[in-house]
Design a protein around this ligand. Sequence first.
Ligand SMILES: [Zn+2]
Length: 283
Amino acid sequence: MPVVSMPELLQPAFEQHYGVGAFNIVDDVTMHAVLAAAAEARSPVIVQVSVKTVKMWGAKLIQLMFAEMARQVPTPTTLHLDHCPDRKVIAECLEAGWNSVLFDGSKLSYDEVLRQTKEVVALARKYGAAVEGEVEAVKGVEDGVGGDYSTPIIPLDEAVAFIRETGIDSFAAGIGTAHGLYEGEPIINFARVSEIVSAQPTPLVLHGGTGLSEDVFRELIARGEAKVNISTQLKITMADSYRNYLNARPTEYDPLKLLGAVGKDVQRMVADFLHIFGSEGKA
Ligand SMILES: [Zn+2]
């Protein structure tokens, strides 16, 4: 299956009320695990990458690896850059052939994020790429981006104007979710999802997915959160897998067995989420 554009993945999900999982991979093993889980579940999936990971491996290497791995699976996928406040990194990824970027302007004023998002959309269109927009900060740090705060939500008319005027393909609305692990029960603003979607039918993006209950996922997806981000859980599953495998086998030195075990654990974790998001059999 060829690599497809972000709207080709999100539009049917938005219309049919299922969620497309976007998993923040960190290397070849995790990228492969995400695609293998999607292939097995006949599910569309988004391979998502944090800026920190781009800085580690380079935008072109990640894109080349993605293109080759995606070619080997029968299900559609796309390559997306997560929270990026840095316009240079966005330009680098687009030039390297990435399919979609999130311009994170949550530290800027409304007028400034509007102006810059329009520029990012114009640049992305030259490459046939998509843009996710964000005005309000999601609480918590995601791979070095963000902080221990969320910014107040903007009025509905401003959110709608932002989506329309910038021409973004999806919108990361502030709804009370947070990056990292939740300390208490998060207070989710379900109504805001419905309000935005009924005023402006653009797929919304759920950030801070790790730690939400199945019911919360299903409700938010039903209301219009068509892209569902999972980052923290992948890191936990991966690190625990290494730790458990090596602790259980103190004298084993076969790296391929180790990587295989880690890949299998991550694949299982991804498969569980694809099931919750209702995207199984949709590709
Ligand atoms: Zn996020």
